[in-house]
Design a protein around this ligand. Structure first.
Ligand code: CO
Length: 465
């Protein structure tokens, strides 16, 4: 008797609260605007809801006058049945600087205590040494480590290299493997080949994360599913497309039609879409959501440079009155990337490479002027590069200075207890101390505002009585 074939199940991570919010409207969605839909989202059947980390933390403090920790606790309370996911930049946590291990550990522990179930951990250079402490802390805190590879293409980023990395991540305790295509450059064939290679190599659920920027995303997800991908990242339709993720409902529809099992509740999805539609329209009206962000941009397929980087190059040249040098800067960009050992072009390396390419062109001499970030990169402070940095370039930039041989974070002094002492009387809890270490000026301002607000409330209550 023929064995009954098991129906392949595809699960969804909903990104509306984090990546879609960040990609389309610069993370400006305040808690009050999505609070009422959380109970419905909790019933939709998502594998997880990505709702914290990335830029959410910074923007809460900087623009929204919200305590990011409190936001997390409130989401947790309204979504008791759905896994909450956050994005964490390895040793950089939520910023671009390297932090000492004690901060990374404490931050992860507190994120989990406040409601996070899954921490997606990545490193811009794919240096697993920069992911190790965060992964260990995640596992210790009882959460799932979704270990991500930052996807890029280069002569050294072979399937074999990615598979080696994935095996290492599995040995480090990864619960799932995420392929993080932050620039939306992955095509359907690349997705099929990479997912197949990873599924062959390790017995772990694989999640694919991409963006609709180039218009490839739907095709890319479909081929990834054919190759056995377990989880895909999508956004509810009003916040989908363009620089965001492809639409949740569309993929659910197409995948079911093709015979895959999708356990999402269509009625919930409709209610969630209806809820977010007028919110999206408000952001279109006030100019926060720009038509450019919703458009399909295929330029980066031609130049092999992420879309955001092209607009950065343009604005840099414009500022220097040198727009006529754009073509030269475009030709120089991949050369700089090669010299630097093919870093994935993702924040912050994309900015660093772009700025250097412009400098090289405008100076008429390569690496005559170098930013302090590029210098730190050449010293090894960002981690191990995918390929060695060109020795001649490294020598030119560092002079007699010797690059680091170990892990940069090992050279950093612990910071948490010291800062906690310094903030006596200002910080009310460990979470406050963590906010302060991550964003000192923003946190200080926030603590002050919080105090004033409470004092006003007290006065108001007394008057009302
Ligand atoms: Co993303």
């Amino acid at each position: 008797m023929a064995q009954k074939q098991k129906v392949q199940k595809v699960q969804f991570v909903e990104t509306v609260l984090r990546d879609a919010n960040q990609s389309l409207i610069a993370t400006r969605l305040p808690y009050s605007k999505f609070e009422d839909i959380l109970p419905t989202m909790d019933k939709a059947g998502y594998y997880a809801c990505e709702c914290w980390g990335g830029a959410t933390f910074d923007v809460c403090l900087r623009y929204l006058h919200e305590d990011p920790w409190e936001r997390l606790r409130k989401i947790r309370a309204k979504m008791p049945n759905t896994k909450l996911q956050m994005l964490l930049r390895g040793q950089n946590v939520l910023g671009y600087a390297h932090y000492p291990d004690d901060f990374v550990k404490k931050f992860v522990q507190k994120a989990v205590e406040n409601g996070i179930d899954i921490i997606r951990i990545f490193d811009a250079l794919n240096d697993t040494q920069n992911m190790k402490v965060a992964m260990e802390a995640t596992i210790k805190a009882g959460a799932l480590a979704s270990a991500a590879i930052s996807y890029t293409t280069s002569p050294v980023h072979t399937l074999q290299k990615y598979v080696e990395m994935v095996k290492e991540l599995k040995a480090m305790g990864a619960a799932t493997i995420c392929i993080k295509d932050m620039a939306g450059i992955m095509g359907p064939k690349e997705a099929y080949d990479l997912v197949s290679a990873i599924k062959d190599a390790v017995d772990l659920p694989v999640d694919l994360h991409t963006h609709s920027t180039t218009g490839l995303a739907f095709m890319t997800y479909l081929k990834a599913v054919e190759a056995g991908v377990d989880i895909i990242d999508t956004a509810i339709s009003p916040f989908s497309g363009g620089t965001s993720q492809p639409a949740t409902e569309t993929l659910a529809y197409a995948l079911r039609q093709l015979g895959y099992r999708v356990d999402l509740d269509d009625k919930c999805l409709k209610d969630i879409a209806d809820y977010f539609k007028p919110i999206r329209d408000d952001y279109v009206k006030d100019g926060t959501l720009m038509p450019k962000s919703m458009a399909t941009d295929t330029q980066c397929l031609t130049y092999q440079v992420p879309g955001g980087m092209l607009s950065n190059l343009l604005s840099q040249l414009k500022m220097m009155n040198a727009l006529d040098r754009f073509d030269e800067a475009l030709v120089e960009t991949p050369k700089v990337r090669k010299d630097l050992g093919y870093p994935p072009l993702v924040t912050p390396t994309s900015q660093m490479v772009g700025v250097q390419a412009v400098r090289n062109v405008l100076d008429g001499q390569r690496y005559k002027t170098v930013s302090k970030e590029i210098k730190a990169y050449c010293r090894g402070e960002y981690g191990r590069t995918p390929a060695p940095i060109d020795p001649a370039v490294q020598k030119q930039i560092l002079g007699d200075e010797q690059p680091l041989t170990g892990r940069y974070a090992d050279t950093l002094e612990p910071v948490f207890e010291k800062t906690k002492q310094e903030l006596k009387g200002i910080a009310r809890c460990d979470e406050d101390v963590l906010s302060y270490i991550a964003f000192p000026q923003l946190a200080e301002k926030f603590f002050q505002e919080r105090k004033e607000k409470e004092e006003n409330e007290v006065t108001y209550t007394i008057e009302a009585m």
